[in-house]
Write a protein that binds this ligand. Structure first.
Ligand code: SAM
Length: 285
């Protein structure tokens, strides 16, 4: 039987039939290469019992590859035309799997529940302008998501997977580390997309971890992270003065947490940030 995955001619034909004109604003770059889809699905280690949520299925390039391997796929698409067309594409190209597929026509940033079984994996070629917020939102909203892989702009992939001390370690790295162990998982060229983006892409894979053990809430910890990196070149004592109420109060919290007040955010682990958040109201007296 013919390959159900979409090739360049299929993508062009589908787009033409639907009158789709890809927009930058929604990060619409569609994968036109079946081998790339197979590579993504393989690298994501999608298992036969996985319930996969895919953000931004577009014309269905990756959706079809995921449906070939997983027990179930739920796709979340914001675009009216793409969302309306996808169920027919699935039925036409993978009819024997169409009853394991659900489409949600919504902004992924607003999704708090999904139809079908609870998701165990997230695999997506994310819209580049909202990639980090979408990823963090999904990890927070669906604790059952155990593992996954996303394709993002190459620099964003580096940031998400960065370790403390790295030049590109920052807010996305620390927040992602709250939820998961994140790794770079390869590079993707521009020519496998239509239209070709003007940036390179990278793959990032992760496995869920236990969040740091702390009395502070995630929101409290993330507030320290945001404050620390808002003024990246300052010492933590100075950068956290607003958060703590004063530089002296920041210093007291840092010392109580065992973090040198002259350190900078880029050298701290997520556990360090959690320890600082716990000591917010430490006083020196
Ligand atoms: N998965 C397809 C592929 O690989 O060919 C398309 C990927 S394209 C990079 C990103 C997709 O995300 C587009 O279909 C776009 O309409 C959709 N999208 C953009 N913003 C979104 C949002 N906030 N929520 C859900 N989908 C979104």
């Amino acid at each position: 039987s013919p390959d159900p995955l979409l090739g360049p001619a299929d993508v062009r034909e589908l787009a033409a039939a639907l009158g789709v004109r890809p927009t930058k604003q929604r990060g619409q770059n569609f994968v036109i290469d079946a081998n790339t889809v197979r590579r993504i699905v393989r690298t994501a280690r999608v298992r036969p019992d996985d319930v996969v949520v895919e953000i931004g299925p577009g014309l269905g390039s990756l959706t079809l590859g995921l449906l070939q391997e997983a027990a179930w796929v739920t796709a979340v698409e914001i675009d009216d035309v793409l969302a309306a067309a996808l169920p027919a594409t699935v039925s036409a190209r993978l009819p024997e799997r169409a009853d394991r597929f659900a489409l949600v026509h919504q902004d992924a940033l607003r999704v708090t529940e999904l139809p079908g079984p609870a998701p165990t994996a997230l695999v997506a070629n994310l819209p580049y302008n909202v990639a980090v917020p979408v990823l963090l939102h999904m990890l927070a909203a669906f604790p059952g998501i155990e593992h996954g892989l996303v394709m993002v702009q190459s620099e964003v992939a580096d940031r998400l997977a960065a370790e403390p001390g790295s030049k590109v370690y920052g807010v996305p790295s620390v927040k992602a580390a709250w939820y998961a162990e994140v790794k770079r998982a390869g590079a993707i060229g521009r020519n496998v997309f239509w239209p070709a983006p003007n940036v390179d892409s990278g793959l990032v894979s992760w496995v869920r971890r236990e969040p740091p053990r702390t009395r502070a809430t995630r929101e409290e910890v993330f507030a320290v992270v945001d404050a620390a990196f808002a003024q990246r070149r300052k010492t933590l004592r100075a950068a956290l003065a607003g958060w703590a109420g004063s530089a002296a109060a920041a210093e007291a919290a840092l010392e109580a947490a065992g973090v040198p007040p002259r350190a900078r955010g880029e050298s701290l682990t997520i556990e360090d940030f959690a320890a600082i958040a716990e000591r917010k109201d430490t006083t020196t007296s």
